[in-house]
Design a protein around this ligand. Sequence first.
Ligand code: GLU
Length: 447
Amino acid sequence: MSVAVRFAPSPTGLLHVGNVRLALVNWLFARKAGGNFLLRLDDTDEERSKPEYAEGIERDLTWLGLTWDRFARESDRYGRYDEVAAALKASGRLYPCYETPEELNLKRASLVSQGRPPIYDRAALRLGDADRARLESEGRKPHWRFKLEHTPVEWTDLVRGPVHFEGSALSDPVLIREDGRPLYTLTSVVDDADLAITHVIRGEDHVANTAVQIQIFEAVGGTVPVFAHLPLLTDATGQGLSKRLGSLSVASLREEEGIEPMALASLLAKLGTSDAIEPRLTLDELVAEFDIAKVSRATPKFDPEELLRLNARILHLLPFERVAGELAALGLDDADAAFWEAVRPNLSRVAEARDWWAVTHAPVAPAADDPAFLAEAAALLPEEPWDLSTWGTWTGAVKAKTGRKGKDLFLPLRRALTGRDHGPELKNLLPLIGRTRAQKRLAGETA
Ligand code: GLU
């Protein structure tokens, strides 16, 4: 059977690093196995689901290169869920319940105060036809619970190993709301079964759902997939990353932080695994290195500083073709490979290239505080054409003429030519600055 996985976000907010890590792990798993990757939008929560979030999810995955082979939207499948619910009602696995949220809260509070787990007491199962008729005549509408079997539920989790739950220790889950709408616990199983999902890889916040969902798979006649539950990312202090933490959204990492897709992918593919985090320029390399067995049970910490450092390391390796579009979007349409190669060792973010473009292509007010020396140096500037050897030839001549060396030789030249104390290697910058500008800057003119 060919491997099929899914990433099933709810379009109720922006994807953050934690969500997209699960997307990436699913995608890598599928690609490694030669299987297929389904993007499924869990959009049955109609109040909170928004088209702009759905678009954002597609944009974020596309940006990362996580293409999907199949696409599904739960809101297209209500007819199918109704069909399954009707069958479960007919077989007695779904039963109507009439408690209000307040009544359920009271029940829970009372169990907790007695030191007992807050498991639903199945009072609704004891209602007779007359009781139900009376409740409905009072205007109450039922929600529907799934009757769990009180037997052990077991699976071998690809991350957690053998997992065991007692059915009797779980509450019968509500699968259909009072307004008739099906809930995630059911819809997810129906989709996974219908779309022949072989492996469900998701966050460990779903472990208890899995125990329940395995029984639902069995009740609907679906094949129970293999499960893998990954520990959720936390921040540096061990706090969970909430979905609404805007600063950790993929959109803000891309648009505000200037993070490259391969920096994010390189980090998220390895975070919480036994592999070292290294810059990788293609998803194919990450596929080759991927093995779900490397995922550890320990809680991985996401550190934005680590991501930025990795972003810098990626930029230092990226060829011009891979950033040409981003440079053009910054307005640097004329930037070429020579410019990129000159400045990339000094960048943590592509947008910083603008500063160096200004140094090579726009007027700079030089820090020309050693005019006599600079005039001597200017007189020795070779004729163009200039190339990567020009700096060495020129400064060799300046050194021979003035007897200066090291910092005394180089710093005044750098400050005059770039207006700064630090920056990319002048060997690379000098040909980009060109003779006319260099001469003026050495003479203390803004050029
Ligand atoms: N929509 C669910 C979530 O975002 C999907 C969980 C699952 O993978 O089954 O948590």
